[in-house]
Write a protein that binds this ligand. Structure first.
Ligand SMILES: [Zn+2]
Length: 313
């Protein structure tokens, strides 16, 4: 497939985000940048450089719901909007969903022993929610589905970084649009998010993420077009490097457990001042390492007075 890459600015620490214009039987935009004026201009210009106008886009396909990828679905009022069904909650932002989200995070953060004032700050994400698009999906994509208008381009559910994450692989060429599954320069964060069915247990994002990386490693992919930075061609060694580094980080968390026993204390010990700047991200990272340590039998956890305590096994 012929892929036209469009680089868009974001207000986030990660920097620029990529969108991809692909002409098949349909003209499809994969991901749409954050809903900022700067990203809109860059998106419009990128589409024009490929010889099209915004209104020519027939469908927008989303790799996941995060605002740096899914904001400007609003720029395409006539296009079909496709993605994982979980994306739809974040586009619609119904009162019911926003309440569930708030309860989910409050309960989770209390279990992590995060102070109440920090919980209030994390939950007050109104600014962040404004960068999301607001167009509901017109079609859901599931694992194994072929993208309409692109024969042979298959969706693969690859959860972990997001509970809506899909990658798209063109089988006969090995070209793939990978969202944030594997990035060239940085490791992808296993963010804590409410479960897809809005009930039941918290998804263990890092364990899901590792499973998705292993799935990627077994695929025959020639070029992986990533959500940030340059495309990756040598996928297998990069996946191995990411998994090794994650294991080492978990072993460090295990050492810290000699002195610190809950997610909040461990996060402060692990990240220092970065915690204050990015509390949600750093807490997610620590919790992920703890899930890994429990899963692999290095540690166990128990509830004490409403706080989850971790103990070396
Ligand atoms: Zn991203």
């Amino acid at each position: 497939m012929h892929i036209h890459k469009i680089v868009l600015p974001t207000p986030y620490a990660i920097g620029d985000v990529n969108a991809f214009l692909v002409k098949g039987d349909a003209l499809t935009l994969f991901d749409a940048g954050p809903k900022t004026a700067q990203a809109y201009e860059a998106l419009k210009q990128g589409i024009q450089e490929a010889g099209y106008e915004l209104q020519d886009i027939e469908q927008v396909v989303l790799t996941h719901h995060h605002p740096d990828h899914a904001g400007w679905v609003d720029a395409f009022p006539k296009a079909e909007i496709l993605g994982h069904r979980y994306v739809d909650y974040w586009m619609r932002q119904t009162t019911e969903f926003l309440q569930y989200r708030e309860c989910f995070y409050r309960q989770q953060l209390e279990q992590e022993n995060v102070p109440q004032e920090d919980i209030a700050r994390i939950l007050d994400a109104r600014e962040e929610l404004e960068l999301f698009g607001t167009r509901p999906l017109t079609q859901f994509i599931q694992d194994g589905d072929e993208v309409p208008g692109h024969p042979g381009l298959i969706a693969h559910e690859t959860l972990g970084h997001a509970q809506s994450h899909l990658m798209f692989v063109e089988q006969h060429t090995g070209q793939a649009i990978g969202g944030d599954l594997l990035l060239e320069k940085v490791s992808s964060n296993p963010l804590v998010e409410p479960p897809v069915d809005l009930q039941g247990e918290r998804p263990k994002s890092l364990l899901q993420y590792n499973a998705s990386l292993k799935k990627l490693q077994q695929m025959d992919i020639s070029t992986l077009y990533t959500g940030h930075g340059e495309a990756v061609t040598d996928i297998k060694p990069l996946v191995t490097a990411r998994l090794t580094k994650q294991h080492e980080r978990a072993m460090y968390v295990l050492q810290l457990m000699e002195e610190h026993r809950n997610v909040y204390d461990l996060t402060k010990a692990l990240f220092g001042k970065t915690y204050a700047k990015q509390p949600g991200l750093t807490l997610s990272e620590t919790l992920g390492q703890l899930d890994y340590l429990v899963e692999e039998g290095y540690a166990r956890s128990e509830m004490q007075n409403g706080v989850e305590i971790y103990i070396p096994a």
